[in-house]
Design a protein around this ligand. Structure first.
Ligand code: HEC
Ligand code: HEC
Length: 378
């Protein structure tokens, strides 16, 4: 009896190993025992940790990755699966990706996003591109989350968005056959903790770096952002000059990575309609201030602003050109030396040039990169 038992056990172990090894790009959906059957994962993980980022991005030195959570390929892979997993909402209908779509700069084309029970979010969804390079480190329009690791568990517990408690989240993750395999690759064993889930999600979000736009190709060929880019049209270079110069856009929206000075009021309204950062901080002059977003892939990210009030980039440009309102906390770059809101008085040609420049920040390789697409076999 004994040798037979050992042999049976040996064959079973062998079969189990074989199943894992045989997981390929197409998965093995016909094999019900394969724990990864629900997923379409490559045999070796995608490169998240060592993407060939150009010097002009690395040189900004504003990476908000904490020392205890560097990106690894397996950690980000786990994060990717969590990001697209609808089991992370109470009625299994909503994932992070429902409101952060990869071909929309990881934002949502709807003004407000819809949560699990059809309720609407309080503000417009945010792009996640180059979140890693936001030097002020805080997250959300009102910067209420101190770190990305803190931010990523909040939508899951938000009653409108995904509607789970942390305990329910852990149970949902334990329930799925694929997570033990992914957790072991990422963290060494199968233990499910909210800390691990937070770290994996944050790694995945930080891997969303756009570095192959027309802007990047041109920027890599010159010494400074202000130099004319050889690959730009005359109009695009003119738009870049306006962006970095008289229009002062670059003071709040660094384009090399995502340098921004922190939250500001850009004069959308004369009075405070949404407390913004002032609602989550005790500093009174932050009323009506919001995070200055990255403009990477901005042409894919409509509608615009925390309330999604502008449908087009033309409307955004017209706001800065002629519509800036005299909010008490309006940021100084948007005031004249005399204190009134600036009026750029751009010509039709200058506005078109600014628009053409904003389009050079679009990165089609990012928008279509397989490592940012849905891994689930649906
Ligand atoms: C129902 C829609 C919805 C879902 C689901 C959702 N988000 Fe969001 N997300 C939003 C909205 C809306 C905001 C802006 C909210 C605010 O600032 O008040 C936001 C903001 C963010 C930000 C802040 C970006 C920045 O630059 O500050 C991050 C990061 C983020 N979400 C990641 C995630 C992750 C990770 C998940 C899944 C765990 C997720 N979101 C699920 C709608 C959603
Ligand atoms: C004083 C800082 C400041 C300056 C200068 C500035 N912006 Fe902004 N910008 C912001 C802030 C803050 C927001 C978010 C405001 C909100 O939603 O309440 C924003 C939002 C935007 C958005 C929408 C982003 C999104 O994801 O919805 C675009 C596009 C934009 N700005 C372009 C420009 C351009 C072009 C210029 C120059 C003409 C410019 N900005 C000048 C601070 C600034």
């Amino acid at each position: 009896m004994r040798p037979l038992l050992i042999l049976t056990a040996f064959v079973m172990v062998l079969a189990a190993c074989k199943k894992e090894d045989s997981v390929t790009d197409s998965g093995t959906p016909n094999n019900p025992v394969d724990p990864l059957a629900a997923l379409n994962l490559p045999a070796t993980p995608y490169n998240y940790a060592n993407q060939p980022l150009p010097t002009h991005i690395l040189a900004v030195g504003a990476d908000n990755t904490p020392a205890n959570n560097p990106i690894t390929d397996d950690g980000a892979t786990l994060g990717r699966v969590l990001f697209f997993d609808q089991n992370l909402s109470i009625n299994r209908t909503i994932a992070c990706a429902s409101c952060h779509q990869s071909d929309k700069a990881f934002s949502d084309p709807r003004i407000k996003s819809t949560g699990h029970a059809g309720g609407l979010t309080g503000r417009h969804s945010m792009s996640l591109v180059n979140a890693r390079y936001y030097a002020n480190r805080r997250f959300f329009w009102d910067e209420r989350a101190a770190t990305l690791e803190d931010q990523v568990l909040r939508p899951i517990q938000d009653t409108v968005e995904m509607g789970l408690t942390l305990d329910q989240l852990l149970a949902r993750v334990r329930e799925q056959a694929y997570y033990p395999v992914l957790l072991t690759k990422a963290f060494g064993d199968t233990a499910v903790t909210s800390d691990r889930l937070s770290r994996a999600l944050a790694q995945y979000v930080r891997s969303m770096v756009s570095y192959q736009s027309k802007y990047d190709i041109g920027r890599a060929q010159v010494a400074a952002t202000g130099d004319p880019f050889p690959n730009f049209t005359m109009q695009e270079n003119m738009g870049k000059g306006i962006f970095n110069g008289p229009a002062t856009c670059a003071t709040c929206h660094g384009t090399d990575a995502h340098i921004a000075p922190g939250p500001r009021s850009n004069g959308l309204d004369a009075t405070t309609t949404d407390a913004g950062v002032g609602g989550s901080s005790a500093i009174p002059n932050q009323l009506g201030q919001f995070k200055s977003p990255s403009l990477r892939n901005i042409a894919l990210n409509a509608p615009y602003m925390h309330d999604g009030r502008f449908t087009t980039l033309e409307q955004v440009i017209e706001h800065y050109n002629s519509g800036v309102q005299d909010h008490p906390n309006l940021s100084p770059p948007l005031r004249t030396p005399g204190g009134t809101p600036i009026r750029l008085n751009l010509s039709v040609g200058q506005k078109a040039a600014l628009l053409a420049f904003l389009h050079t920040l679009s990165d089609n390789s990012f928008a279509t990169d397989p490592k940012f697409q849905d891994p689930f076999v649906r």
